[in-house]
Design a protein around this ligand. Structure first.
Ligand code: TXA
Ligand code: MG
Length: 322
């Protein structure tokens, strides 16, 4: 018989200072941000970074985003920050934007999965800000969920996935945005949008008009953002995508989320007031459906612009279509 998996006691706290002291001793700590909850370790504790990959079951070739409390910490993690990047920083930091730069030699290779670039983010969430301020160095953090499952948008979702596998959960309220940060690669000549999010392509282009969307990944080339090749955001229920007006088969164990009224006969439905609510509720709804034993979730595909572009991206991935 196999020995039981070792578990640790996961401390729950509302104190950023206590959570940071656990992180500073080499612990792995989940913390709230305005996008989704992160699972952090201090980059000056490379052995703790390894624990993040084990707790999540994350492939080791998928790099982590480094979180800083203030732009003054940027030169300690990133090099060659060009004028377009500074414009984006001035407009959108702190906030739901990650920028990719050449990495500083002080960032250990385990954080960036061996890449010579690093993703950097400065969250605006006040609890995240305090936590990062008390941290002894910048904090590497992926989303705080088991790899492949929907990101956690509440501390309760983090506990469901990671209780007994991590040192601490810093409790905050539910994440306001509900989708992961927008990622822009600023490490090459032309900035490229790698992942859509709450900062939209349209908003980015107001500041840097030449930003392009990453081209669809050619299977023979290494992906620009390694995480994008893995299945993502998938609940256990099957995802069926609907355009407004499409007919869905209702019945028991079916659910619907979208902006328009649900098709008839659906057992659990969430009609969202606007795209912001759709984004905020999406991953929470996926998890709720799994708890209720829903078999099919019908999701309305919003139009491909503004925040709708980011919601579509997550829906297509959850449905295994992207
Ligand atoms: O909102 C967010 O970004 C959240 C919070 C916690 O900050 N974090 C998050 O991390 O979503 P994660 O690991 O779930 O997604 C990060 C994505 C992955 O697809 C990864 O491959 C990509 O960012 N990434 C990280 N570093 C990169 C780099 N140097 N170059 C290209 N892509 C990178
Ligand atoms: Mg993730």
């Amino acid at each position: 018989m196999l020995p039981p998996l070792s578990t640790m006691q996961t401390i729950l706290t509302e104190s950023p200072e206590i959570a940071a002291s656990i992180l500073n001793e080499g612990g792995v700590v989940a913390f709230p941000t305005e996008t989704v909850y992160g699972l952090g370790a201090a980059i000056c504790h490379p052995e703790a970074i390894g624990k993040i990959f084990r707790a999540k079951g994350r492939p080791s070739d998928n790099p982590l985003i480094v979180h800083i409390h203030d732009t003054s910490a940027l030169p300690s993690v990133a090099r060659e920050i060009g004028s377009d990047a500074w414009k984006l920083i001035e407009k959108f930091f702190p906030g739901p934007l990650t920028l990719v730069f050449r990495k500083s030699p002080d960032v250990p290779g385990i954080v960036t999965a061996g890449l010579d670039t690093v993703g950097v983010r400065c969250p605006s969430h006040p609890v995240a800000h305090e936590f990062l301020r008390f941290a002894c160095c910048p904090v590497a953090a992926p989303s705080a969920n088991i790899s492949g499952l929907p990101s956690s948008t509440s501390w309760e979702a983090v506990r469901t996935d990671l209780d007994g596998k991590i040192s601490c959960i810093l409790k905050g309220g539910p994440s306001d945005i509900g989708l992961e940060s927008t990622i822009v690669d600023c490490s090459a000549e032309k900035p490229i949008l790698l992942r859509t999010g709450a900062i939209t392509l349209e908003q980015l282009r107001e500041i840097v008009p030449e930003i392009e969307l990453a081209s669809v990944h050619d299977k023979n080339e290494p992906p620009k953002s390694p995480g994008l090749k893995y299945p993502h955001y998938a609940p256990s229920a099957a995802i069926e995508l609907l355009l407004p007006g499409d007919v869905a088969g209702g019945g028991p164990h079916t659910a619907y989320i979208g902006l328009n009224a649900p098709p008839p006969g659906i057992s659990t439905a969430k009609t969202c007031r606007d795209l912001k609510e759709y984004a905020r509720e999406l991953f929470r709804f996926f998890r709720q459906c799994d708890d209720q034993g829903i078999r099919v979730i019908y999701c309305e595909l919003p139009e491909n612009r503004g925040l709708g572009r980011a919601i579509r991206d997550r829906l297509l991935r959850a449905a295994g279509l992207s």
